[in-house]
Design a protein around this ligand. Structure first.
Ligand code: PLP
Length: 428
């Protein structure tokens, strides 16, 4: 039997760091990444045959769990018909119609192959539609690895972005204004200073890339109000939250709390592809008409709207619309979060946790943080010990303290109970 260590060693010879996306390398938590051989339902199995309860779900897409029969059937049928044509197909229309039915803030969507592409295109569209150069993003929000988005502010007040990756020129980041998440004062100051030059604000409505941090209602309301006042567009990056926190995504959740709330541009990924490379961005017709071939904002893709990926996404979206789907998923996720809190309290461990739909986060902090700086005050060594104790017990959590977790419809109460038993032992 080949071991995870042997595979990692072999991988590092031919792939930088042995992985094709950095967080998979376990650098934050130490140790050897598990090489996954297969998944079924709520479980993944590594090369050594070890089974894990999977709380990553491919970082969000696998909302039905692995190998859902209806999705498998749709993918197999589509694969037989053809992998890719580079010409339009009816299934792209069906998927667009399905997404638009569930997200009324958009009239049209454009399908692409990754969340990175979708956010990059959304920013270009916002710039093209407004004719303005600058945009606001928030520290701790991740929107993919486009140059202008790989930017984080220094501490303190609003600064123009300093690239956080080598290879990104200061010029590429010069029009990115980076602010603190949930900080209304900074937002107001930035609009007062740059309002006429701002094309958009891009934000994760519930930030899943600094663990799990909700946009407060005053913050969300301020973003909406200031964008409207200054003629900028509000871009909600729902790559992670889309069809994951609820059927109408995070925007429906905020619209219930802030009547009339809607973004100008929305970005989706992950769940809409059901585990295949697929993402989308959409808006009202007036905005989308700026896109090529209608308008002057160029955007394209060889594999965009791929026939197999759209089949996978469509089958996934149909499953999550079945009656009671989100009620059951939310209850399961809530049971996990409540259980973890109880276990931590019993063991005197400072702990806070939150969830929405099938997305959750927990912190080894006494109170839920509101921004990236506070998230990063977590005791990293303690988190890493907890992560490894859980992994050894067959529970696969995100290998970094700044990542959200995901529960799927395949997770049973028995899986949650097993997770809580492992957490009890780990926190002792
Ligand atoms: N936006 C958000 C909110 C994400 O969480 C991610 C990826 O995790 C992306 C964009 C980028 O998506 P992708 O990894 O598909 O390029």
């Amino acid at each position: 039997m080949v071991t995870n260590s042997q595979l990692f060693e072999r991988a590092t010879r031919v792939i930088p760091g042995g992985v094709n996306s950095p967080v998979r390398a376990f650098r934050a938590v130490g140790g050897t990444p598990r090489f996954i051989a297969r998944g079924q339902g709520a479980y993944i199995y590594d090369a050594e045959g070890q089974r894990y309860v999977d709380y990553i779900g491919s970082w969000g897409p696998m909302i039905l769990g692995h190998g859902h029969p209806a999705v498998l059937e749709a993918v197999q049928k589509a694969a037989v018909e053809g992998f890719s044509f580079g010409a339009p197909t009816e299934r792209e229309i069906e998927l667009a119609e399905e997404i638009l039915k569930l997200v009324p803030s958009m009239d049209q969507v454009r399908l692409v192959s990754s969340g990175t592409e979708a956010t990059m295109s959304a920013i270009r569209l916002a710039r093209g539609a407004t004719g303005r150069p600058k945009f606001i993003k928030f520290e701790g929000c991740y929107h993919g690895h486009t140059d202008a988005l790989l930017v984080k502010a220094g501490s303190g007040l609003a600064t123009f972005g300093h690239p956080t990756s080598a290879g990104v020129t200061p010029g590429a980041a010069a029009d990115t204004v980076v602010l603190e998440y949930n900080n209304v004062e900074q937002l107001e100051a930035a609009f007062a200073q740059h309002g006429a030059e701002l094309a958009c604000v891009i934000v994760e409505p519930i930030a899943g890339n600094m663990n799990f941090v909700r946009a407060s209602l005053p913050f969300m309301a301020a973003m909406r109000r200031l964008c409207t006042q200054h003629g900028a567009l509000l871009v909600l990056d729902e790559v992670m939250t889309g069809f994951r926190v609820g059927l109408g995504s995070a925007q429906a959740h905020y619209a219930r709390l802030l009547p009339g709330f809607a973004p100008d541009i929305s970005v989706f990924g992950k769940v809409i592809g059901g585990g295949m490379p697929l993402a989308a961005f959409g808006a009202k017709r007036e905005v989308m008409q700026h896109l090529a071939p209608l308008g002057g904002v160029y955007q394209a893709g060889t594999l965009s709207g791929n026939p197999v990926a759209t089949a996978c996404g469509l089958a996934t979206l149909r499953e999550i619309q079945k009656p009671g789907f989100f009620d059951a998923l939310s209850a399961r996720t809530q049971a996990l979060v409540d259980g973890l809190k109880a276990v931590a309290t019993d063991n005197g461990v400072p702990f806070s946790a939150d969830c929405e739909g099938g997305m959750f986060g927990f912190f080894l902090l006494p109170e839920l943080p509101q921004n990236y700086t506070t998230v990063m005050t977590t005791d990293k060594e303690r988190f890493n010990r907890f992560f490894h104790a859980m992994l050894d017990a067959g529970i696969y959590l995100a290998p970094a303290l700044y990542e959200a977790g995901f529960v799927s419809a395949a997770h049973s109460q028995a899986d949650i109970d097993a997770t809580l038993a492992a957490a009890r032992a780990a926190l002792k």
